[in-house]
Design a binder for this molecule. Structure first.
Ligand SMILES: Nc1ncnc2c1ncn2[C@@H]1O[C@H](COP(=O)(O)OP(=O)(O)O)[C@@H](O)[C@H]1O
Ligand SMILES: [Mg+2]
Length: 374
């Protein structure tokens, strides 16, 4: 190997060469040292930035009105103030919704107690590998606002209703008065007497239906709810509508899947909503026609669909279908669907109507199921 004299510091190197190499070495070390100091201060700066960012995040998290809990291996690793206030668990304790919380019909929603201090909270859980972020939102106020706005719009429609009521009641009342007058006429044959009495009775019965329905329409949000399966609701609705179908010789085909799903409902109200839709389908069906009732659930929502083979919803009714007193039937009250809509919406569900391409109308009701929170 050829020797390179200038790069050698070995035996053959001169004193100058050695000094030069040493000077270079010192210079290089100084440069490295300077770089290291710079790096050090850079690291310090970054750490400060990080600490600041961390503090900002912590402040933000603490200031959040939503409770946030960090769960690691099932144990609370960290939480913000709102979480501690709402849930009352401490860091290090196992995470679970307190036993005193009562689930509401809405998935992940709880009532924190049964007394006047009760809050309604919504719990959502985000899983990241062995970590979970649990969010607890106090929705008491927004729920109250929602109910209040529902009440306001109900009051507004009651105003409209009061005007319609007078109009609705005037004719049947006048007719009933007339029949009652006829009854009092002297020398009335027993046949005529019976006829006037029958008419009067019919008139009074329809007035009773009208007032009952009006009362149903103005009723408040469901109070006494119970846990029932989709199948139980279906059976009850079928028991009510079955005889009417038989009387008119109209077939009722039932298709059911997943109806073991549970819902928390005011049972008679929900059944009445289903029956109102089935009654309408029956009214528009030709004798010997068929109605198809489909009940289904995917576990999240329960849905009932009623298909009829009638003439379909008249175009001019489409916009006002669910409004009180909107009717195209001579003997209709126009309250059936508005009561049904109230009932379904009070259960935070949805009621829809459409005309089918094959002809006939389709009405559907869907409400949220009870989801077990794990
Ligand atoms: N299955 C249906 N097919 C066609 N039209 C319907 C059907 N169901 C309801 N409608 C229309 O909606 C109107 C309102 O229905 P509803 O609120 O039950 O009151 P009512 O039955 O007393 O008329 C009916 O008069 C009718 O015009
Ligand atoms: Mg009706």
């Amino acid at each position: 190997m050829a020797e390179h004299p200038s790069s050698s510091v070995g035996g053959g190197a001169s004193k100058e060469q050695l000094e030069e190499a040493f000077a270079l070495f010192i210079e290089a070390s100084k440069a490295i040292e300077a770089q290291q100091t710079q790096l050090q201060s850079e690291i310090q700066r970054l750490s400060n930035d990080l600490a600041q960012a961390n503090q900002r995040l912590t402040d933000l998290l603490q200031a959040l009105p939503t409770g946030v809990i960090l769960v690691e291996n099932g144990v609370i690793a960290d939480q913000n103030l709102a979480a501690q206030t709402l849930v009352g668990l401490a860091i290090g304790q196992a995470w679970q919704t307190p036993a005193s919380w009562l689930p509401t019909p809405m998935p992940g929603e709880y009532q924190t107690s049964t007394d006047s201090t009760a809050r309604t909270v919504k719990v959502t859980q985000l899983s990241l590998a062995e970590r979970q972020i649990v969010q607890i939102q106090d929705i008491t106020d927004s729920l109250r606002l929602h109910i209040e706005s529902q009440r306001q719009s109900k009051l507004a429609s009651m105003g409209q209703m009061a005007a319609s009521i007078a109009h609705q009641l005037r004719t049947p009342l006048a007719t009933a008065t007339l029949y009652a007058g006829n009854l009092g006429m002297p020398n009335l044959s027993p046949d005529k007497q019976k006829e006037a009495l029958d008419r009067l009775r019919k008139q009074l019965a329809s007035l009773e239906t009208l007032t009952t329905q009006m009362l149903q329409f103005v009723r408040q949000r469901p109070q006494k709810t119970e846990m029932v399966s989709g199948q139980a609701l279906l059976d009850e609705a079928l028991a009510a509508i079955g005889p009417m179908c038989e009387k008119r010789n109209i077939g009722l085909r039932v298709q059911a899947t997943g109806l073991q799903a549970l819902v928390n409902v005011e049972r008679p109200t929900m059944v009445a909503a289903m029956v109102a839709i089935l009654e309408n389908a029956l009214q528009v069906s030709q004798d010997a026609g068929e109605i198809v009732l489909t009940g289904q659930s995917d576990g999240a929502r329960l849905q009932f669909v009623v298909d009829d083979a009638g003439p379909g919803i008249p175009n001019e009714m489409m916009a006002s279908l669910f409004e009180p007193f909107a009717t195209s039937r001579i003997n209709g009250t126009g309250l059936g669907l508005s009561i049904a809509r109230n009932a379904v919406e009070a259960h935070r569900g949805e009621i829809l109507a459409s005309n089918r391409v094959e002809g006939g109308a389709r009405f559907s009701i869907s409400i949220p199921c009870i989801a077990e929170f794990s």
